[in-house]
Design a protein around this ligand. Structure first.
Ligand code: M6P
Ligand code: ZN
Length: 192
């Protein structure tokens, strides 16, 4: 008989979204995703300081042997030109692998799109659970004045396909205006 995988737990510092004693922290700066933003003059100007856009905290966990990954994502408030800070976004390599988000603090938008050109958007705010089916690329956008913090859970065999999103872009942009966040078609979108 093989040894059972041991139960674990993780603690989230609710003040900043960090997982206490994280095994890994992914830090994404503007220079990691300059082509994701529509205003390239604003990108060039901001690259001088190269701000941190978000961090992903992975707890100590058995990973593949457990079957699920867990992480908190913490997106800073801010904008590149008129476009809010956001994640790179990705498809799952395994399109049978869904994902669940629970927002803990802040406010934002979850953008989702399929390879055949469908687009959906959901609000993110504390207490909201977003259920993302396996075929949908997902990107999160911080539209608030504070950090957007959410917990994500996804199958260990999902895999991240960043290239498709990076090459095609997302079908919509979320822009800051005097009337608040506006969602507009992305003229540079190269998907279907
Ligand atoms: C969530 C999950 C992670 C993802 C992270 C940041 O925590 O979806 O899998 O890595 O958000 O998003 P991205 O990988 O697109 O930068
Ligand atoms: Zn995912």
């Amino acid at each position: 008989m093989t040894e059972p995988t041991l139960p674990r737990f993780a603690s989230i510092n609710l003040a900043d979204g960090a997982i206490v004693d994280a095994a890994e922290v992914i830090v994404r700066r503007l220079s990691d995703m300059p082509a994701s933003f529509h205003d390239q003059r604003a990108v060039q100007a901001l690259l001088v300081s190269d701000p941190v856009l978000y961090r992903v905290y992975m707890p100590r966990q058995p990973g593949g042997s457990f079957g699920l990954y867990t992480a908190t994502s913490v997106i800073e408030p801010g904008r590149v030109g008129d476009e809010y800070y956001m994640t790179k976004g990705h498809f799952h390599v395994n399109e049978g692998a869904p994902e669940v988000y629970l927002t803990l603090s802040g406010e934002g938008k979850l953008l989702m799109q399929t390879r055949d050109g469908r687009f959906e958007m959901q609000d993110m705010k504390p207490g909201v659970v977003n259920l993302i089916p396996g075929e949908w690329a997902h990107r999160t956008v911080n539209t608030g004045e504070t950090r957007l913090v959410f917990l994500g859970v996804w199958p260990a065999d999902a895999g991240h396909d960043y290239d498709s999103v990076y090459e095609q872009g997302f079908a919509r942009l979320v822009l800051a205006t005097a009337d608040g966040p506006q969602v507009v078609p992305n003229p540079a979108y190269r998907g279907r």
